[in-house]
Write a protein that binds this ligand. Structure first.
Ligand code: NDP
Length: 279
């Protein structure tokens, strides 16, 4: 029998660990599926998706730079995808293209379940207002923190996101600042900026994080990011985005296959792979 077919679509895409993760999930749950990389031309996202769907493909993960286009291509959106305005998971049927966003719930699952840190009643600082931050806002607010502060280099983008967030979840106070102006101390600081790509640390005021803080960077790699090195110097508990990557994949897998895989072993395997790559 033919295996059910899925892809991860992006540009570039060869570095993506998603095929490895989904192959491990499929083996673990006994699902007959085939999951490959698909490089789409920068001007050819919709054509690539439509061709894959016409060949019988059942679903796709979407990564940089196509998450907004995937949102536009979907004929129906889950509430969290609509709130994010970005889609990382597509599911095809004869009549529709369902768009979901599992990045934010992946982040929350990694913090709450894997790191064992509750968000309920906490003061959370979210750094960034790009695609990754937008996906995180609704799942974070659903945990009913005491307060969510959104801070971004471009303050106007933080304010836009604040307005969206307040409209969706008026029960939680949400405010917006420039990064250097955030007030007070935070229990959880999440870096959803790409500053670490330039080895830069968002310019947080003194006292924003300390030994009581969980510092979370959505980025991951063989070395700790500049943000996590900064947080460690202040004694914070540090966590990178590898767990988020595995958990967002588990949510997509659950949507497609109706079974949620166990993520702990796969996360361990990826972590070991990163460490051996670091030498
Ligand atoms: P975007 O390009 O959409 O947004 C970039 C954000 O970073 C903006 O808020 C931008 O601010 C800010 N920024 C960029 N450079 C700097 C700097 N030098 N100082 C301060 N702020 C800066 O990117 P995404 O939201 O898609 O991705 C953000 C990060 O999240 C990436 O590093 C990505 O790798 C990671 N990610 C991880 C995932 C995972 O599964 N672990 C999933 C998705 C993303 P401004 O608005 O002012 O330009």
């Amino acid at each position: 029998t033919e295996k059910d077919r899925y892809v991860v679509i992006g540009n570039p895409i060869a570095h993506s660990k998603s095929p490895l993760i989904h192959a491990a999930f499929a083996a673990q749950t006994g699902q007959q599926m085939d999951y490959q990389h698909l490089l789409a031309p920068l001007d050819g996202f919709a054509a690539s998706v439509n061709a894959f769907r016409a060949q019988g493909g059942l679903g796709a993960n979407v990564t940089v730079p196509f998450k907004l286009e995937a949102c536009a291509l979907a004929t129906r959106l889950t509430p969290r995808a609509a709130a994010a305005g970005a889609v990382n998971t597509l599911q095809f049927s004869d009549t529709q293209i369902l768009g979901d966003n599992t990045d934010g719930i992946g982040l929350v699952t990694d913090i709450v379940r894997n790191a064992g840190v509750t968000l309920h009643g906490k003061r959370i600082l979210l750094l960034g207002a790009g695609g990754a931050a937008r996906g995180a806002v609704l799942p974070l607010l659903e945990q009913l923190p005491a307060e969510l502060v959104i801070a971004n280099r471009t303050v106007a983008r933080a304010r836009e996101l604040q307005q969206l967030a307040t409209a969706r979840m008026p029960a939680v106070p949400v405010s917006a600042y420039g990064i250097e102006a955030v007030p007070g101390h935070f229990d959880v600081v999440i870096n959803a900026t790409s500053a670490s790509l330039q080895d830069a640390v968002p310019a947080l005021p003194a006292g924003a994080l300390d030994a009581r803080t969980l510092a979370y960077d959505m980025m991951y790699g063989t070395q700790p990011t500049a943000f996590l090195r900064f947080a460690a110097q202040h004694g914070a508990q540090c966590r990178d985005g590898l767990g988020m990557l595995v958990e967002q994949a588990a949510e997509a897998f659950a949507l497609w296959r109706g079974v949620r895989p166990d993520t702990a072993g796969v996360l361990q395997q990826l972590r070991a792979g990163l460490q051996s790559a670091a030498g």
